[in-house]
Design a protein around this ligand. Structure first.
Ligand SMILES: Nc1ncnc2c1ncn2[C@@H]1O[C@H](COP(=O)(O)OP(=O)(O)OP(=O)(O)O)[C@@H](O)[C@H]1O
Ligand SMILES: [Mg+2]
Length: 241
């Protein structure tokens, strides 16, 4: 499989702290890859480096073979990467549909076309009946779904999901897992997801990359990674999987 995303020797320092240190991995076209590791491991920072929130101190990011290192977020989005935020931040005053239209306008030429696409995406995520509600009135699971909808509305080829299952109940996790699996299988969407819910990581991902203290400590299939003593020691020992 060819790599849709490739990060090579990526490093980011915040003053003295090495938040991400010499991290390399690939996300094959059409795959689901999970990025896991303990709190503070550098997972969200890695997403921010890919998405252009800040440039890396060292290293490169390539999307479909083209360098995107250091591009601003709007350019990264235009290149085909959609992302969700760990702390969901919808425009609270706007309706659910308007929030998704904002995402869709990254790609569509008219508000009418953006609205039509937004409706299709809301339908896909089971949010159509909430479309007219103010975003701030949504429950947490629905806000998580809205976050995914806003990212999807930008028509990404690669979707970056930052803990979209956190705080959801098991049945809500299962529902989201189904939506993500469907987007991957039926629409060929490539997904890189940061996730602590190991049940979902095991169910969804083709490959898993493990970070600890900013460094990649393991990579492999889900079953390889959960059997790796370093991963068990640094991360899974404390998790209930
Ligand atoms: N903008 C920033 N400025 C300074 N330090 C930061 C910044 N962003 C992250 N850090 C630090 O970098 C390290 C990695 O943080 P990061 O948010 O990437 O971890 P994470 O793996 O996403 O953790 P979690 O599972 O808790 O979300 C942490 O020590 C964090 O405090
Ligand atoms: Mg994080």
């Amino acid at each position: 499989m060819t790599a849709l995303l490739h990060v090579e020797k990526l490093s980011k320092r915040f003053r003295g702290l090495k938040a991400v240190s010499d991290v390399s991995f690939s996300v094959p076209q059409g795959s689901i890859v999970a990025l896991i590791g303990p709190n503070g491991a550098g997972k969200t920072t890695t997403f921010n480096l890919i998405a252009g929130v800040f440039p890396p101190n060292e290293g490169t990011v390539h999307l479909a073979g083209k360098p995107i290192t250091g591009l601003k977020p709007n350019r990264v989005c235009a290149a085909g990467i959609g992302r969700t935020f760990q702390i969901v931040k919808p425009f609270g005053q706007l309706s659910v549909e308007e929030n998704v239209i904002v995402g869709a306008l990254a790609r569509e030429r008219s508000v009418a076309a953006a609205r039509e696409h937004a409706r299709a995406v809301l339908d896909r995520l089971g949010l159509a009946d909430q479309a007219a509600r103010p975003a701030r009135s949504l429950t947490l699971p629905d806000r998580k779904r809205l976050e995914v909808a806003r990212a999807l509305a930008t028509r990404p080829t690669l979707l970056l999901l930052d803990e979209v299952l956190a705080g959801l109940r098991p049945t809500e996790v299962d529902r989201m897992v189904e939506v993500l699996r469907d987007l991957n299988r039926r629409e060929g969407l490539t997904i890189l997801m940061i996730e602590h819910v190991m049940r979902a990581v095991m169910a969804l991902s083709d490959r898993v990359v493990v970070l600890d203290h900013g460094e990649k400590i393991a990579e492999g299939t889900p079953s390889e990674v959960v059997a790796d003593p370093r991963v068990v020691e640094s991360y899974l020992g404390s998790e209930d999987i």
